[in-house]
Design a protein around this ligand. Structure first.
Ligand code: ADP
Length: 246
């Protein structure tokens, strides 16, 4: 093959390589650890491309959108208007869906950066006016909070939770699950708790016995595309879809 023809061919093949869309990791500061979550970005936020912002911890801990929508629907499906307190809001996945369902949301996170990200993400979904963001420690704020539903998605300890066979409630952070639940109960018995898929279900049931008479409880396994992503426990009026905040 003549030299010029060969070099033309090489040029063309180079061009072809260039035409393959680049992995967006060059544009976005995404670590290899987060790659797996980035690939699922539209199942975390369907409007991801419209300006959603995350940090590394946010990628691990945000509730998949389909599950967040189902949490919000369980709160009365927009028929009843009330206040939901999202106590560990992170990057806002749940707060946004509660607001879209017609609730007013008080969204708390101890990390100011998380609140910034959640507020940005709420704007993407056009619900920023329905969410009051608070930077603060839920345990310190709890006595001053009033709401119809408390939503708890406390830290599961990062992705390592998956390696545990039976995730007991003492593994939740920053306090054990019993303590977190007891603080929430002082606000309302209508509590939704989003927990790891491998959580000790017997312990979750025991939470309802912390109240006298025991609270109604309903436990749900949460799947996204046939993958078990978490467990939700609905207490009080949120169990069996019987919430009435009128
Ligand atoms: P996971 O372990 O499931 O990945 P995270 O570590 O992301 O969960 O925790 C969820 C959110 O809870 C984080 O955004 C974190 O800043 C927030 N958080 C932790 N402790 C408190 C607290 N005491 N009050 C309010 N928010 C908190």
């Amino acid at each position: 093959m003549a030299r010029s023809a060969r070099s033309k061919k090489r040029k063309r093949s180079k061009q072809r390589v260039k035409a393959i869309p680049e992995e967006p990791f060059k544009e976005e500061p995404i670590s290899p650890l987060v790659r797996k979550y980035w690939l699922q970005r539209y199942s975390l936020f369907s409007r991801y491309d419209e300006g959603i912002k995350m940090d590394e911890e946010g990628w691990f801990s945000v509730t998949p959108e389909k599950i967040a929508i189902s949490h919000a629907q369980r709160c009365g499906g927009g028929v009843v208007i009330g206040v939901v307190i999202d106590c560990f809001t992170g990057v806002g996945g749940n707060a946004i869906q509660f607001a879209r369902m017609g609730y007013h949301v008080v969204a708390i996170d101890i990390d100011p950066r998380k609140v910034q990200l959640a507020s940005n993400n709420a704007k993407v979904y056009g619900v920023e006016d329905y969410i009051d963001f608070i930077v603060g420690d839920f345990f310190k704020l709890a006595t001053s909070l009033k709401g119809d539903v408390v939503f708890l998605s406390p830290p599961w300890g990062g992705p390592a939770y998956r390696t545990i066979k039976n995730f007991t409630l003492d593994l939740l952070k920053p306090k054990d699950g019993y303590s977190i639940f007891q603080v929430a109960q002082k606000i309302t018995p209508n509590i939704i708790m989003f927990l790891p898929r491998n959580v000790d279900l017997q312990q979750v049931e025991e939470l309802s016995w912390l109240s006298s008479p025991p609270l109604n409880i309903e436990i749900e396994a949460n799947y996204v595309q046939c993958n078990l992503k978490g467990t939700t426990a609905y207490f009080g009026g949120t169990a069996f879809g019987k919430l009435d905040v009128s």
